[in-house]
Design a protein around this ligand. Sequence first.
Ligand SMILES: [Zn+2]
Length: 201
Amino acid sequence: MIHHTIEALLKNNRSWVAQKLAFKPEYFNELDTEAKPSYLYIGCSDNCMSLTRLTQTKPGEIFVHRNIANQVSLTDFNFLSVLDYAVDHLKVQHIIVCGHYGCRGIKAALEGHTSGLVDNWVNPIRELYWQKKDEIDCLSTKAARINRLAELNVMVQIKNLYQTSIIRKCLQKNNAPQIHGWMINPKTGLIEDIEIPLFRF
Ligand SMILES: [Zn+2]
């Protein structure tokens, strides 16, 4: 992998801006920074692929929250603030919980070799592994076990989403956003829409 220097990042930024302006001088003036995004995306911090590039969306179309292994934590004030703002103020029509294959957060939970705060953070995923141990352990490779746990993790995070007071309130009013479960496959660049069990309370 090529590791750019910090100076190279800023140089690349200027080069990218110059390319955009050469192609379309009004590019930045035409970006609607006031428009409300229709999508809330809850993804993993270590996801290596740019969401706007993968989905061919424009800046501002997707409201983004990321953390290690795309967790929906009912005690995470940061996440709950994002969710509340997205649902109540932005009135997003869709919420996407997105995991990815080869996730290092899932790997850390499965292998149990982490130390420090991340060990606490991924503990719910470790609990999920113990619940689904029989299903996961019969897979033949470590990569397959990590990837299946990553899929199950998305399903559980969606279940958690339905348990937040914010989504429960929307469901009572019959105006809840549609909730989707996605997996990004970094080896193909493809996004898979995974089937989610019906979580309604
Ligand atoms: Zn990840």
